[in-house]
Design a protein around this ligand. Sequence first.
Ligand code: GLA
Length: 412
Amino acid sequence: MSARLPAPHPAQAAAPRALGELALQQRAEFARRFAPGGAPRLFFAPGRVNLMGAHLDYNGGPVMPTAIDRGTILAVRARADRRIEFSSTLDPQSFGFELERVPDARSGAWSDYPLGVLRQMLELAELRGGTARLSGLEILFGGNLPVGAGLSSSASICVGTAFALDRLWELGSERLELVQAALRAERGFVGVQCGIMDPFAVGLARPGHLLWLDCRDVTWRHLPLAHERYAIAVADTLVRRELAQGAFNQRVAECRAAFEALRPFQPAARCLRDIRLEVLEAQRSRLEPAAARRAEHVVHEVARTFVARDALLGDDAQGLGREMTRAHASLRELFDVSVPELDVLVDTAVETPGVLGARLTGAGFGGCAVILLRRGAEADLAPRLDRAFSARFGYAPRVELFAGDPGPRELE
Ligand code: GLA
């Protein structure tokens, strides 16, 4: 079931971590692919890790993600005509069409993501003076965010595309409108039943902060995390599971089934996040065993996420870390989305001095663990993870430190 890919995509493996260097490469590649002319403008959108609130967004719960400074880079140039050209450093397939004939069906290719966003931005443009004045564009997509690793490469490309189109076409959209355009593109055009967390985490990122997002009320605030004292590490198992999307959709369906069965016993509840533990316990026998375990995770994870928020607000990073590690146990035992590779990373991380907590991030089924640690503990962490992981699985995980990111922006 698990496809192990110890080598990331060659273009990503070669992609530099430093944004300045990534930008230079992207510019050079743009010049190779497109006709001579003016220099392209460069845009960047980050990826994200989620520290608390696992599998809560589609249940209306609170989540606590933060952006990371790996992401999507776009080199974009306006054309004199009305043609759109999409090209990517990560995929050999290119796409071109006229603005008068924008494809209206998805093709299954990578271009579905930016195409879905383009269609959304055309709708926005329609409301703001019409689309007749819009120029064609040449866009080269690239980046240094691993795909399928649970770091939200899809929200990164969608929000990045929305941001870049907004700037090139001077639509003057608010950040929230871009986030919503990205979300509608992914749900409506690409057809992924994702929650709202990822585009919000990418689009509303603020450096030195976690985002507190209430996915039922769609309200948010930024919570400071003192990066001079604490670091966030991401350890990638390099496990990519082909059936992950199906397994994710199944979790969504089980949660929905649990809510539908419990709702009559708590009529004011709007989503599974609202269901009280007593209600779940009293009505448990009405649920399929799997749905009951999913609901149990959700109810407790909601409570843990509030505890984690209050700990962070009280400058108690240890408290936040403790809830992260508890969340992982629940994801493993009740939500069934962990894999042995993630468990080894989390178990080894939390035994490392200075580590405050660890859990899987994203949907699970492989991908990455996120680790909260005190500054000073970084040097020990990677070698320890390396040793324990390699002894068991025969290859090393990829471990990196992050200190947040300011969100979508134009690069100089
Ligand atoms: C995936 C989805 C998110 C969220 C997480 C689990 O990453 O894209 O919307 O549901 O899983 O927390």
